[in-house]
Write a protein that binds this ligand. Sequence first.
Ligand code: CTP
Length: 398
Amino acid sequence: MLKGKHIVLGITGGIAAYKSAYLLRLLIKAGAEVQVVMTPSAKEFITPVTLSALSGKPVVSEFFTANTGEWHSHVDLGLWADAMVIAPATASTIGKMANGVADNMLVTTYLSAKAPVFVAPAMDLDMMAHPSTCRNLQLLKSYGNHIIEPAVGELASHLVGKGRMEEPENIVKALEAFFAKQKTLSGKKVLVTAGPTYEKIDPVRFIGNYSSGKMGYAIAEEAASRGAEVTLVSGPVDIKVSGRGINVVKVESARQMLEACEAHFGDSDIAVMCAAVADYAPAHSSDKKIKREGHDAPVIELVKNPDIAKTLGGAKRPGQILVGFALETDHEETNAQGKLASKHLDMIVLNSLRDAGAGFGTDTNKVTIYTADGRALPFSMKSKAEVAGDILDTIETL
Ligand code: CTP
């Protein structure tokens, strides 16, 4: 899988740098061409001689070679790379990458790289848990970088906790899995709705629901990683999209969500309606805050919101695939099958609120997928990213 791939291996100044030599050897054995870029402090932990001997290429560390003045172009390196792997990544380098502090060859190469970036942090457990590190890693994720989470175990400090750089074999596996993923949706346009809708009562109040948007964002990211061009119509949520190829359209109300969907559905090959759309909105919303005085028990009159999935189902042209969700508390299968038919869906993803770990706000989900061609596919409890994979695998069978 890595044969012929151009990999920039960034090494920073941490004890785990000694493992980078082994990682480099594994990459070379797998057939990759590897260019090592070291930070100045990485050289305190492992010598460039070892790494150039293993990679068969001079190690790059400075912007130019001192005695010849030869310029090392971080731009060329960034464009050459099919992937960049920073292992180990210290808290300092992670902070520089997150904030664009390009004061060494490694970070400038990172900022120039168009290829996917994999980051394998390694540090002491307290550094790893510090809010600054957590925030910086979150920023890297939001740029679409892949974080190879450190393992829990004994650290160089002899303390035991999370911070050990993932083993070189597993870093290679993560790269292989990435390259193994076929770009099965390349050339396809995918529309995804996510999150709740807010229906305005007055400038400070709304009717909404507990949807976190995590499932819809995971589907958008998975579709983009399979090569699709994704439009994500998102209600108000607190998630930053990670991954390239996702156009986020932020909306608030069900009516705005419908408008955005109608603008993009015509062009779409696949539409996945994951949003928890409010079924009702206040008939009138006030521009001024409704005051307590003089309103003992106000009654808010509601009107029905448009059914976005059903509207798109009615406008579907041959070849378009429309997928819905059903979140149920009882009569799950009957309700899901009913929605599959009445909204003219090709597939519906059922989650039952009776399953612990499924539904709103959690990082996991447990779903059963029903297809219009009569299949019922139960899945076990998985992370929402894995569930997104199952959903897209099933869509691909349609
Ligand atoms: N949906 C939609 N527009 C709405 C309501 C729901 O597009 N106004 C979509 C959801 O995104 C989901 C599917 O329809 O894909 C089912 O949503 P759900 O809330 O489970 O069903 P409802 O049709 O609203 O039925 P009920 O609330 O009575 O269960």
